[in-house]
Design a protein around this ligand. Structure first.
Ligand code: MG
Length: 297
């Protein structure tokens, strides 16, 4: 594609998932870790060897994950209805309830520079007939975006007006939080990305900045150092400018769920898409600093 954002061609690195999600570059192991949700396992691809191995199984349907400043991985578990930490293979819960009610099924997560953990809580892991968790009730009666103050353990509902909040990412200056809403026309809303101004850990009113055609959900998204939004969009990855113009569309042979920047220099884009993991070389890297850990202040 002659947009300057990607070079080379899309490579398929692994096939064998049922529904691949939640990719993350893990610097300590120089691997891409992701969830195969219906198979209830976590996989890792090692670009040095080209091999994929099963990192863990019977994981209670993990989904999205992100890197914390100490190098541990914070991930969502549909089955445990919680956000949890994997530190060197030891998994511990961080939060599983809001005002005395269980969470739905946390889907995706990011960590701000102040160390707070922001995550979405749609119902995909508790719906009737789900293959991505266990059937259950929506106990607090909504699908919120939450902010967990990791130091105090305080959980705050920061966004309550989306139908099915899913992927999320901050702008490089953390002044905006972008959240995908994957509910879609069946719920009376378009598939969309909504931007919220963030000030003092509180979100202002949402503004719809991207609408996507039916069937092309922005499930997972990332923001690069130039503030561009890289999002899943059906059988493609779309790239939007910081002013929300469509800059590029990368065709992928399967429906894309999510993506992450990674590789030794952070400029490889890894894409989870249904049964497979794909990679394409880019000219940029993640704003959240996968290879440059954020500084706490
Ligand atoms: Mg998701």
């Amino acid at each position: 594609m002659a947009d300057g954002l990607t070079t080379g061609t899309l490579e398929c690195l692994y096939t064998g998932s049922v529904w691949a999600e939640g990719p993350l570059w893990v610097p300590s192991s120089q691997t891409v870790r992701w969830s195969d949700i219906p198979n209830n396992r976590i996989l890792e691809f090692h670009p040095g060897t080209g091999a994929t191995r099963e990192y863990a199984q019977d994981v209670e349907f993990t989904n999205g994950r992100t890197l914390d400043v100490d190098g541990s991985v914070v991930q969502c578990s549909h089955g445990r209805r919680r956000v949890e930490r994997d530190k060197d293979g030891t998994v511990t819960g961080l939060v599983d309830s809001f005002q005395g009610h269980r969470l739905n099924s946390p889907n995706d997560v990011v960590i701000a520079r102040d160390g707070s953990i922001w995550f979405t809580d749609p119902p995909y892991g508790i719906l009737p007939g789900t293959r991505e968790g266990h059937e259950g009730e929506q106990e607090y009666g909504g699908c919120h975006v939450f902010r967990l103050d990791a130091a105090s353990g305080t959980l705050a509902a920061v966004i309550t007006d989306l139908v099915h909040p899913n992927g999320l990412a901050f702008s490089p200056d953390e002044a905006l939080l972008y959240v995908a809403d994957t509910a879609g026309p069946g719920y009376g809303v378009p598939l969309r990305i909504v931007a919220y101004e963030v000030r003092d850990a509180v979100c202002g009113p949402g503004r719809v900045v991207v609408e996507l055609p039916d069937g092309q959900a922005a499930d997972g998204l990332r923001v690069d150092v130039e503030g561009r939004i890289w999002t899943s969009a059906g059988p493609a990855v779309r790239v939007y400018s910081p002013s929300f113009e469509l800059l590029a569309s990368i065709d992928v042979p399967e429906t894309v769920s999510n993506l992450c920047f990674g590789g030794p220099d952070g400029r490889d884009l890894y894409i989870t898409a249904t049964t497979s993991l794909y990679r394409i070389r880019t000219s940029t890297r993640d704003a959240a600093g996968l290879n440059v850990p954020p500084t706490h202040h």
